[in-house]
Design a protein. Sequence first.
Length: 318
Amino acid sequence: MTRRAMGQTVMVLIIAAMIIVPFFLPSEQWLNLVSLILIWALFAIGFDLVFGVTGMLSFGHAALFGTGGYTLTVLMLSYQIGFLPGLIAAALTGALLAFGLGLFALRVSGLFFALLTLALAQMMYILASNKLRALTGGLDGIPGVPRPDLFGIDFYENRNYYGFIVVVFLIGLAIMALLRASPFGRALRAIQANDTRAAQLGYNVHALRQSAFVVSGAYAGVAGALLASLMFYISPQMLHWSTSGDVLIMTVLGGKGTLLGPILGVAVFELLKEELSRATQYWYGILGLIFIFATIFLRNGIAGLFHGQDDRDDGGSS
């Protein structure tokens, strides 16, 4: 077995254990933590389609994440829409908002793209905090976000809702693996490598980037909806630029451009956050130092421990 194949096997086993083990643990705290990890991991693999695969640094994903949560919340509480239609609506809203943001942001590239997505996301945060207070609850947020009511199962029991999150996560992971291994995914990697040459080969670079942004928006919308339901609460903080910063750190820490790397990055980030926040009020600063050292000494993230830069994601399975 090659080093790369061994690395893939190890990472898959780690993730499988992370999913299966909580079903057999009595601790509600651990169950909630792993639920949080899986939701953020869904967000991260969608974000990495734009960042790691296509090569666009976006600080606007918080807007997509939060909008998905608000979509589910408002539809269920104000219009008595069911959870599954609300979840689908959250995905569609995230995708539509990503399309709208892309119409403006994709006119530029590089640092200008990152700054424009940041500005657009902060506009959404300000709207949710002030101008749309009647709809969003303002800075107070909206409590009592419902959970699913399906098949007679009590999803207010945390173990059952964790199982629901696992199912959604695995579906999202499988779809993303297929996308990245498809001609679409290979075209996105070609754009990242050299967008000028990709255009000369006949690829519609703008349309492909827009499509990647839309797919990523759908993932962010679903993740935001699941998080709001997990916490029974949503506030404009989900729309804040720091949310985009967190998912960026998670993705880089795990290994951008890989499928499983961002998942491991989320797990490490959340576990460190949990332990450090218990030990000191300055946990975010310590976490920042850890991230700095990780970027210096783990240039390809945690996934880089198992395979080299040249081996990344050549079939969507790494």
